[in-house]
Structure formats: structure tokens, C-alpha cells
Design a protein around this ligand. Sequence first.
Ligand SMILES: [Zn+2]
Length: 241
Amino acid sequence: MRNYAEVTERLNRLDVPIELLGTAHTYPIHQIHLASSAGTPKHIFITGGMHGDEPAGVEAVLRFLARDNTALLKNFSFSVIPCINPYGYVHNTRETFDDIDINRAFETEDIAEVTIVKKALGQTQFSLTIDFHEDYDATGFYLYEGKRDEKYIGPQLATAAKAIGPIDPEAPGEDAPDLAEGVYKVATAWGTQGLAPYLLHFHSEHVIISETPTVWSLEQRAALHLTILDTALDIISERDV
Ligand SMILES: [Zn+2]
């Protein structure tokens, strides 16, 4: 059993406004907005804990929120959901209390966690979404990218992330890499049952799914996620796309 109250306590200790989005199976799901008052920055959506047995995503989000993001807020605002599946986080299960893989359920209307996330999304359009995951079979990292204009940055992200650890040599699903070693496209064949393809279709011109190998230390996995995020933010602020 993992302690979700510790996640909430870590959030409460931060100097950030915390919004209670709703409650799923007795556990609160929170969202945090980070923004400076000036300008109309690009809006970034960051999510962790979709799969409860992948705690490094939650850890990466908490570390992101705990650090000083003042410089980033000149160019970006952030909406952040640290843990989409608290029941799974506590019980170390991929699925929810109802045995649902939330990441295959975004076209459904009766899953508490999905309803809460969809309500939080409203009509919001994001410049970039990043969803943090882990892979139990992998020995290195990899990532998926979807981008409506097809000007992909995944190869640059993978190059930067090699400073943290190796790319996974085994392709997920046995497909060849689409964009570069360790970089796969969010496929249209997936439909919109997963969060990232759902967002790409309805809410976000650009989505990234970061996957770390569970065999790495929590420290290394969280560092990998944040390197992918920070490199993406660097690139899109320079490109002005
Ligand atoms: Zn996952």
C-alpha cells in the first residue's frame, strides 16, 4: 500500500493553489494551475499517476511543482494533475477500483476518473500535453509523440534524455521506431480512448507520453520525465510554435 495522504501533504506544503477536481473511490483528485499575470503564454498540461503502479510520474509532477518555475512562467502557464488514479497509486494497480484501465476509457462516460478529468478540461486548448508513464518490461526509456503539424521534436527529446539513461532497445508493440530510436508516434489507429490521443484530437496540438523503465531508481525515472518536459519547453519556446 502506498500512502496517497503523503502526496496530498506534499502538495499542501507547496506555495501553489490546489483545486479539488473531484473524488474517485474516496480519494481526492487535485489540479494545480501555475501562471504569471502577464501576457498570454502557451498553456501546458502535465499529468501523472494514470496507471497506479507507475509512481515515478507522480513523483516527477510533485518535483516539478516543488521547484522554482518563475522563469518558465514568462512563456508558459501550466495545468497539472499529479495523480489521475489515486486508488491505483495506493494499491499499486494499473487499473482503478473498478478494474478499469483509465487510459483505454476516455470515450466512456461512466468512469469517475475520466469524468473528473474531462470536466477539468472543459474547452481548454493546450500547446503541449505531457503524460508520465512507466514500463515494467523496458530496460531504457522511450517516448510517444503526437503533433498536429507533424513538426516532431521527439528525436531531440530522446537525444537530450540520453544524458539520464539509455534508450530502450525493444520497441513497444514490436513496431519499428517511427521518428528516431526510442521515439514512436501516437497512432491514429489508437482511436481516442487513451488520454494522449484524446487530447491530441480534442484539446492539444502536441502531446508527449514519456515512458521510463521501472528497473531504474525512482530518482532516475523522475529525472528522465523532467528532462523530457524541460527539453520540450526549451524547444517550443525557441521555435515559437
Ligand atoms: Zn502507464
